[in-house]
Design a binder for this molecule. Structure first.
Ligand code: HEC
Ligand code: HEC
Length: 385
C-alpha cells in the first residue's frame, strides 16, 4: 500500500515537474533561498551568511515580495515612497561609477557605512556618503519588475526574436527595435534586456543587490569597487562547501526553478490593443524553441523611446534612450501599489502611454485619438493582463 502510494507520488511529481518545467523539490528549495534573509559573514550557521558587505536588500523577496515587483509604501513621516527600486549608475557608454560601481548600496553590514540614501518619490533624491559621481556618470532609477510569467523568456527561440526585427524593417514603419546581442546570446531580462538567462539574472541579483558571490559572479564583495577599501577589508562568506563561493551553482539553479513556478495565464487578444499599435512591440505571444506559445506582451527587443525616457544611464551596447518593451504580463499584480515604467514615473497605464515617445510616438497618438470609451476599454484590457 505504502509502496503504491509512493509510486503515485513519484509519478505525480514527474507530471508536475513536466508541466511547470521545474522540479517541485528544487522549486521549494529555491523559494526558501528567494525568501531567505541573508546575514553577514562569518556566522555559525554556515550557508546563510555572506551578505554584503554593502547591499541594497537582504533578500530577493525584499524587492520582489511574493514574486511581485516594486511597490509604493507609506514612510514613517506619512509620505509615499517606493520599495524595491535601485539607483543605477552609468555613463552614456555604459561605464559604471569608478567609486560606487553599478548601484547605490543603501545598506551595509555593522561597522561599515552605506554608500548613501535614496528616496524615489515624488522623484529621485539621493545623498552620497563618499565622493561625487565620476565624470559623465549619471544616476537612474530601476524598479524591480514583477516576476510572474518571465521565466519562459529564456526559452524563446532566437529566430523568433530576430524575425520580428526583420519584419519591422521590411514594414518600414516607425517601430524598429533590435535584439541586445551579447557574447553570451540574446539578452532577455531586465529593463535593457541585459541578461540572457534566468541563471545569469539570478546570479547577478545575488552579487549586486545582496552581495553574495557564485561561480559565474565571483564577487564576494558584491558591488564594492577597488576604491572602497573599508568594504574590502571585511570578512566574506566564501566556503569550500559552495564551490569556493558564497553560493554554489546548484543554489542559483534552484532559485531559477522557483521562478519557473511563477506562471501567468494565457494571452487574450484585443483588437483595440492591436489597432492602437501596441501589439507591434507588446507582442501578445512569443514562440519557444520547442514550439510552445507563451504569453509575453513584449518582443524582447530594445526600442528608442525618445528623450522623455532617456535618463542618460547607458549599459554596454545599449543606449540610454533604449528600453526593452516592458512585458505587460502580470501588470495587474499588486495594482493598488504599483508604479509604471523603468523609473516609476507613471501612476497608471494611461500615464505610462503618455510618456511613450520615439518609436512609440505614433502609437501614443493613436491611443490619444481613441474615443474616451475605447480608451477606457483598452486600459481595462491592459490592466487585466
Ligand atoms: C534591491 C532590489 C532587488 C533585489 C534584492 C532583487 N532584485 Fe531582481 N530586480 C530588481 C531590479 C531593479 C530589476 C531590474 C534591473 C534592471 O533592469 O536594471 C530586477 C530584475 C529582476 C529579474 C528580471 C525581470 C524582467 O522583467 O526581466 C529577475 C528574474 C529578478 N530580478 C530576480 C531576482 C532574484 C531571484 C533575486 C534574488 C537573488 C532578486 N531579483 C533580487 C531589483 C531587485
Ligand atoms: C515602439 C514600441 C512600443 C509601442 C508601440 C508601445 N509600447 Fe508600451 N512600452 C514600450 C517600452 C520600451 C516600454 C518601457 C519603457 C520604459 O520603462 O522606459 C513600455 C512600457 C509600457 C507600459 C509600462 C509597463 C510597466 O511594466 O511599467 C505600459 C502600460 C505600456 N507600455 C502600454 C502600452 C500601450 C497600451 C501601447 C499602445 C497604445 C504601447 N504601450 C505601445 C514599448 C512600446
Amino acid at each position: 500500500m505504502l509502496a503504491r502510494a509512493s509510486i503515485v507520488l513519484v509519478m505525480l511529481a514527474a507530471i508536475f515537474s513536466k508541466s511547470v518545467g521545474a522540479d517541485p523539490l528544487d522549486a521549494a528549495l529555491g523559494k526558501a533561498l528567494f525568501d531567505r534573509q541573508w546575514i553577514p559573514a562569518p556566522s555559525s550557521t554556515n550557508g546563510t551568511d555572506g551578505l554584503g558587505p554593502l547591499f541594497v536588500s537582504r533578500s530577493c523577496a525584499g524587492c520582489h515580495a511574493k514574486g511581485a515587483g516594486a511597490h509604493v509604501v507609506k514612510r514613517e513621516d506619512g509620505t509615499d515612497d517606493i520599495v524595491g527600486a535601485v539607483v543605477r549608475f552609468g555613463a552614456k557608454d555604459g561605464a559604471t561609477d569608478p567609486y560606487y560601481g553599478l548601484e547605490l548600496q543603501t545598506n551595509a553590514v555593522p561597522g561599515l557605512e552605506p554608500e548613501g540614501t535614496a528616496r524615489y518619490l515624488p522623484k529621485l533624491q539621493y545623498n552620497l556618503n563618499g565622493p561625487e559621481l565620476g565624470e559623465g556618470v549619471r544616476a537612474g532609477v530601476r524598479l524591480a519588475p514583477p516576476l510572474v510569467g518571465k521565466a519562459a523568456f529564456e526559452d524563446v527561440a532566437d529566430v523568433n526574436i530576430i524575425e520580428r526585427v526583420v519584419a519591422n524593417a521590411r514594414a518600414g514603419g516607425p517601430v524598429r527595435g533590435r535584439a541586445n546581442v551579447t557574447d553570451r546570446g540574446i539578452g532577455r531580462y531586465g529593463w535593457k534586456a541585459s541578461h540572457v538567462s534566468l541563471r545569469e539574472q539570478v546570479g547577478h541579483a545575488f552579487a549586486f543587490d545582496i552581495g553574495l558571490s557564485s561561480p559565474d559572479f565571483p564577487l564576494p564583495y558584491g558591488d564594492c569597487t577597488a576604491k572602497e577599501a573599508a568594504c574590502l577589508a571585511l570578512p566574506n562568506g566564501e566556503s569550500p562547501h559552495f564551490e569556493g563561493r558564497e553560493l554554489s551553482s546548484a543554489m542559483i539553479g534552484v532559485v531559477a526553478s522557483f521562478l519557473k513556478t511563477l506562471r501567468s495565464g494565457p494571452a487574450q487578444a484585443s483588437d483595440l490593443f492591436a489597432g492602437a499599435g501596441c501589439a507591434a512591440c507588446h507582442a501578445p505571444t512569443l514562440k519557444t524553441k520547442d514550439g510552445r506559445e507563451i504569453a509575453a506582451f513584449t518582443d524582447l527587443l530594445l526600442h528608442d523611446m525618445g528623450p522623455g525616457l532617456d535618463d542618460g544611464v547607458g549599459e554596454p551596447g545599449v543606449r540610454s534612450s533604449e528600453w526593452r518593451t516592458a512585458p505587460l504580463i502580470g501588470i495587474n499584480i499588486n495594482r493598488d501599489a504599483r508604479r509604471y515604467l523603468h523609473d516609476g514615473s507613471a501612476e497608471s497605464v494611461e500615464q505610462a502611454v503618455e510618456r511613450h515617445g520615439g518609436e512609440a510616438e505614433h502609437s501614443r497618438i493613436l491611443f490619444e485619438a481613441l474615443t474616451a470609451d475605447d480608451r477606457k476599454r483598452l486600459v481595462e484590457y491592459v490592466n487585466g493582463l
